[in-house]
Design a protein around this ligand. Structure first.
Ligand SMILES: *Cc1c(COP(=O)(O)O)cnc(C)c1O
Length: 454
């Protein structure tokens, strides 16, 4: 059961299929353009959608809104230092702002970053600087159905090869995204982190964590990695941070709050250069674009997120949801992580080629049918410039502490209907401009007159 009870409620919007059909067409078949008032169950993202606890709402009032050296900043700094062990703590308003700041500080044009998987905003911020972002997922990641426990691992052999190559000085940074959001929310093991650390040390390349889901990664280490089962999430998280030179995070995820981010580093000189830029673009270094009250909710959120009962409930929910969807006929990426279940739309809709976005066909039908909003994680999101994603996935994200089991049962029923009509679904083409991260703004047209059109 949920290890919390509900204190404040919001009504859920209900629309008819006919209304949603019209709404979809008006939104050019892109659910990022659909108004939240027209969404019944919103599984678009787990980012910033968290339900705060009563202690977080109470903490809002402790917010010190002083411009410089507010006590809220001091509490935030102490909390992050205790959690990560990194002495240099920089608050910032969200993950991609941290990415821009770090990468403009650390990278020169022409350099390369290597990761288990760059998240979309991470890649976009690196490529914007005329740098190359190379993904080296472990071989197990290619098999969607195996139960391999750590599909988020980086391929150590290929990492070694790349760093041994004659132009290895081009590699400026190795990144481990914990958990790997683009690759299915899969965790990275401590063993993999330790080996990556050693390789980076030999080549004198810094190793940074994209720690947006550090607590979920720690929980999955405890439940899946031999020898780790008796440790607490906090201890394992610390072991992860101890192996890195620094981290950044979107605290809209495991910060358990509606906004926020951080950079935390060992190196004072790099931190000083980040703070210079921060002051120009985001604000004074003790608030980084956040209000004092936001910092207070993060202080409380960062203590709640490592609660073992909360993490066990979260992982159990994702595992139950993945099994229920599989029983409903929807193939999902195995094993489930924590923050989402990833459906294999390519497998469900083999008659729609990747360039016509089978994932988007599923996303649109799930919305049309039941008002459930999900997001395409396939060629639309990751196949910019004519490329093709390795898999045509649809992410059903789980906002933290927001939906109960019966909401998810409603989604399972909706999926059953969509699976039953899979053969009738048609693909899409993009009309109009395609800026970086095109999936947020793209306008789509159904390929044929089918069930998708009004
Ligand atoms: C969400 C996310 C980001 C970007 O953070 P925002 O707060 O959305 O800007 C970066 N990396 C990962 C792994 C994420 O999930």
């Amino acid at each position: 059961m949920e290890p919390f009870r509900i204190k404040a409620v919001e009504p859920i919007p209900l629309r008819t299929v006919e209304e949603r059909q019209r709404i979809l067409a008006e939104a050019d078949y892109n659910v990022f353009r659909v108004h939240s008032a027209d969404v019944t169950i919103d599984l678009l993202t787990d980012s910033g959608t968290t339900a705060m606890s009563s202690k977080q709402w109470a903490a809002l009032f402790l917010g010190d809104e002083s411009y410089a050296w507010a006590s809220s900043y001091e509490r935030f700094e102490r909390t992050v230092r205790e959690l990560t062990g990194f002495p240099e703590v920089i608050p910032i308003h969200q993950g991609r702002a941290a990415e821009r700041l770090l990468f403009t500080t650390l990278l020169c044009p022409g350099q390369t970053t290597v990761a288990n998987g760059h998240f979309d905003s991470t890649r976009a911020n690196i490529e914007q600087l005329d740098c190359r972002a190379v993904d080296l997922p472990c071989p197990e990641a290619a098999d969607l159905v195996s139960e391999a426990p750590f599909k988020g691992n980086i391929d150590l052999d290929r990492l070694r090869e790349l760093l041994d190559a004659p132009d290895d000085e081009q590699v400026a940074l190795v990144i481990l995204t914990v958990t790997d959001n683009g690759g299915g929310g899969q965790p990275v093991s401590l063993a993999n982190l330790r080996s990556a650390r050693e390789i980076c040390r030999q080549h004198e390349v810094p190793l940074l964590l994209d720690a947006s889901r550090f607590a979920e990664n720690a929980h999955l280490i405890i439940t899946r990695e031999p020898g780790q089962q008796d440790r607490t999430p906090r201890e394992v998280a610390r072991a992860m941070f101890d192996l890195a030179d620094g981290c950044w995070a979107s605290l809209k995820k495991d910060g358990m709050s509606n906004t926020g981010g951080l950079i935390a580093l060992r190196d004072a000189e790099t931190a000083a250069r980040c703070r210079e830029r921060l002051t120009i673009t985001e604000g004074f270094p003790t608030y980084g674009g956040l209000a004092g009250r936001d910092l207070e909710t993060l202080v409380q959120g960062l203590s709640e997120v490592t609660d073992p009962a909360y993490l066990a409930h979260r992982a159990d929910t994702a595992a139950w949801f993945a099994d229920a969807l599989a029983k409903a006929g929807l193939p999902t990426l195995r094993p489930a992580g924590c923050h989402a279940v990833y459906a294999d739309a390519g497998h469900l809709l083999p008659h729609i080629p990747p360039e016509n976005f089978p994932g988007q066909a599923m996303v649109c039908e799930l919305y049309r049918q039941a008002g459930v909003r999900t997001v395409e994680f396939g060629t639309l999101a990751f196949g910019q410039d004519g490329g093709q994603a390795p898999h045509e996935l649809v992410r059903l994200a789980l906002p933290r502490r927001v939906y109960t089991r019966s909401h998810l049962e409603y989604v399972v029923d909706a999926v059953k209907d969509v699976v039953g009509r899979a053969g009738e679904l048609t693909g899409f083409t993009i009309t109009g401009p395609q800026p970086p991260m095109r999936h947020f703004t793209a306008k789509l047209t159904p390929l044929e007159e089918g069930r998708n059109t009004p």
